[in-house]
Design a protein. Sequence first.
Length: 313
Amino acid sequence: KKNMENHTKITEFILVGFKSHPGSQLFLSVLFSTMYAVTVVGNVCMILIIRMDSKLHTPMYFFLENLSTLDICYSSVITPRATLIFSLDRRNISYNGCASQMFFFSLFGTTEAFFLAVMAYDRFTAICNPLLYQVIMNKRLCVFMVMASYLSGCINCTIQTGFTFSLSFCGPKEINHFFCDVAAVMHASCSDTLVNELVMLTVCGSIIVGTALVVFISYGYIIITIVQMPSAESRHKAFSTCSSHMMTICVFFGTVFFMYAQPGATSSPDKNNTISIFYTIVIPMLNPFIYTLRNTEVKGSLKKQLKRKGFFW
């Protein structure tokens, strides 16, 4: 009964991430709001370019369009509130608001990991089985893969949020983070969190390792196929695309693994604050540039659209 009273007493939390550096609050506010603006504009442009050019209505760009939509949602869950924290020092978040933020952050974050695996499989099929590509990557399979990614995200976020908010919070109500991350909220609880940590390690660890394996095995086969290509020009072109994708994947899976898939993930919140900026804010901003603006098809489509609108002669 006492635990239940403690559990229901808490109506709000205080997000204290980066509070130890008061001089940097304005800098962080400007940085976060700029990065959010670039994220939204970059990803919206990506969606519009793909939608407006029928040549880009292929499985690869279908996944990229969905990735851009996901990145806007993913960033919107975290960055606007974080900007308010730094600019206006509005650090309070309601109990339900914190649970909602955790739910949607876990949903979009998990879905992103599955998307990266799906997109790696798509590239593997295109490069290693080019003759069967159209047959294998049909529209039904593409839609199924996107829906399965969201469903997997939904299952994980329900487990994580449910387990975390079944804990007791009896003060202090401070969360040492700039958003309601699973590990940080767990750290603020006065309950025994061993079961929660084991659940997080098992569920998140299996998702991260599973999706990362699909990605790295796919790219392993891709690299072997590229090496065997007869033309130096085609090898260089394929490698430059792969290196961009691999960079994003390494940053995403590296930081997420460090945060959620190792024992004692809740023990160093200050370090986690800095690392989590990468996968919550930096990666959604970089994805449209890394994945598509280095792509000659997208650049060609963009020039064509701008010419049509009268920007180029």
